[in-house]
Write a protein that binds this ligand. Structure first.
Ligand code: LLP
Length: 381
């Protein structure tokens, strides 16, 4: 990403900066691999900055929401309701009603209990709810345990064994239209073999359904494509070519069947950075701490998943020194990096934590009565 240092130095830290030129280039790359039967719904949970949403909407993508708040944010950003898919194990009545009133493309339904409520609420409005069933494919992904979702022990989705029975329930329900199947195996997945395993599983399930004369109009394979956190500046755009080619090669689409994706991180991850200033260089007995004004309240990924975001000192070109880069929060896990080599840092230096466009600003909290970080885009400077 491009970091316009002089302009960035004028803003008070900590804050997020989004290189929307990189976002636009990333979106163009995504679109170059799509055909008319491939549809990408941006996973809004990764970043709901209004300017970012508007760019994604302008590029023609749909969106994947997991709450009423996200549906509202997408409608405000200009997305048309018929491109919104809505997942989540705990949809509240007002959220289902919002989806029904807006006329979203479909509810990704995660249980028979939820299906019954959607049917009831749709009946009360004399509407028919389009429903895709989220099936738990029991496919593992090589990623952090907290972000795998497709295993039988996870709370998500309907067990494969129950699929035919639940499709039967959809067909029997007066105000439900069964429109497809939905899957998602996890996030930050870099091995295409994990997606191949999902394709094989879906092929098996489709064969089972076909034998019973059940056809499926839409398949939704979720998201999960990872980004290069180690070398973000060398690989600013993720490997969409291999990702889409994997599905084209391994997933047996039936004639007319539409394939949907829910990519979040891969679209926005590399275009964002968290900007922070050095408060103190603390020379402790065993370590040198670089204490910055951003903390785990601004970017929780290192504390929550042990994630490493590359850190660049934008205002020093002195030889490197090794630091533990830490925030000001009263928690021992408020550490961005340990034994990290950084151009010699001084009080006031400006650091950028890279690859922070996804699951950064949106996961910020006000713990310790801190202010939420702001987000600025290229066009805001
Ligand atoms: N679809 C579903 C059903 C999901 O649960 C998710 C992410 C996505 C799509 C988008 O996945 P992506 O393409 O972004 O990998 N906070 C964690 C990531 C949590 C992902 C949750 N679900 C992190 O910072 O790594």
């Amino acid at each position: 990403m491009n970091l316009p240092i002089e302009k960035l130095q004028q803003l008070s830290t900590p804050y997020y900066y989004y290189d929307t030129d990189l976002l636009v280039a990333t979106l163009a790359e995504v679109k170059s691999h799509l055909t008319s039967d491939f549809h990408v719904h941006y996973a809004v949970k990764a970043n709901a900055n209004p300017t970012i949403l508007r760019h994604i909407c302008k590029a023609g993508l749909g969106c994947d929401c997991v709450s009423g708040g996200e549906i509202e944010a997408c409608l405000r950003a200009g997305f048309s309701a018929d491109k919104i898919v809505y997942a989540g194990v705990g949809k509240a009545d007002w959220e289902i009603n919002l989806g029904l009133d807006a006329g979203i493309f479909c509810f990704n339904c995660e249980s028979t209990e939820e299906l019954a409520i959607i049917n009831e609420l749709a009946a009360a409005k004399n509407k028919v709810a389009r429903v895709a069933l989220r099936i738990n494919p029991n496919v593992g992904a090589h990623t952090h345990a907290n972000i795998t979702t497709g295993l039988a022990e996870n709370k998500f989705g309907i067990a494969m064994e129950d699929m035919e029975q639940v499709i039967g329930l959809c067909e029997a329900a007066s105000h439900i239209e069964f429109v497809g199947l939905h899957f998602h195996i996890g996030s930050q997945i870099l091995e295409m073999d994990d997606f191949v395993a999902l394709c094989h599983r879906i092929n098996e399930l489709q064969d089972r359904l076909e034998a019973r004369g059940i056809s499926v109009a839409n398949l939704n394979v979720g998201g999960g494509l990872g980004i290069d956190y180690e070398q973000p500046q060398q690989h600013p755009v993720p490997n969409f070519r291999d990702y889409f080619a994997t599905y084209r090669q391994h997933l047996k689409l039936r004639p007319g069947q539409q394939l949907h994706f829910e990519l979040g991180r891969a679209i926005v991850g590399q275009c964002g950075a968290l900007l922070t200033r050095v408060l103190y260089i603390k020379n402790a007995r065993v370590k040198k701490f670089c204490i910055v004004d951003a903390g785990m309240t601004d970017l929780i990924r290192p504390a929550l998943y042990g994630a490493l975001h590359q850190i660049s000192n934008l205002t020093s070109d002195e030889p490197q020194e090794v630091y533990d880069v830490v925030g000001p929060i009263c928690e021992s896990s408020d550490v961005f990096a340990t034994n990290y080599a950084l151009a010699t840092a001084h009080r006031g230096d400006m650091l950028a934590l890279l690859s922070a466009g996804a699951y950064g600003e949106i996961m910020a909290s006000q713990y310790n009565c801190r202010m939420l970080p702001k987000g600025y885009c290229t066009e805001d400077l």
